[in-house]
Design a protein around this ligand. Structure first.
Ligand code: ATP
Length: 139
């Protein structure tokens, strides 16, 4: 069966590099399923879940937004941050959520408000991805 090369990269490191069957990514206009030989495209990504299907295996990752370039034989995801569902530190995400909520509840300048909102979105998305995996009984 045809495969597509997937690379997930952050500013710090190469997170993932494999030939895979399918990628489902959180595009800004909705989730995008990418199979081998897909039409070329470029899109920004929202914070959300990125799923990789390979053979019988399925990998879930939380990504905090970024950019995706699709070519027929290769998909490159430049992510702000990416963690596999099983690597998500739930206590850390809960603490980040609490901090952001406290900041949003107080009187803060507009720039800080946007930062707090973005931080809250990242924390909620990480918790959602980790919880989904836990419910599937994989922990
Ligand atoms: P925090 O306030 O806890 O640092 P954040 O949303 O500001 O959260 P990011 O800037 O998105 O964190 O990420 C910084 C680094 O920490 C990245 O490498 C990211 O993968 C990692 N990271 C952040 N939160 C978690 C988490 N809950 N579990 C695992 N890794 C995390």
């Amino acid at each position: 069966m045809a495969k597509v090369k997937l690379e997930i990269v952050t500013a710090e490191k190469l997170i993932y590099s494999e030939d895979v069957d399918m990628v489902v990514a959180p595009g800004v206009d909705g989730y995008l399923g990418i199979l081998p030989h897909h039409t070329p495209l470029m899109t920004m990504l929202n914070p959300g879940e990125l799923r990789i299907k390979n053979g019988g295996e399925e990998i879930e990752m939380a990504i905090t937004g970024g950019f995706m370039e699709v070519r027929p034989d290769k998909v490159v995801v430049l992510a702000d941050a990416a963690e596999r569902a099983e690597e998500i530190d739930i206590a850390r995400a809960e603490a980040a959520k609490k901090r952001a909520e406290e900041r949003l509840a107080g009187k803060v300048p507009e720039g800080d408000l946007l930062r707090a909102q973005a931080s809250l979105m990242r924390a909620l998305m990480r918790l959602k991805v980790a919880e989904k995996r836990r419910r599937r009984g994989k922990l």
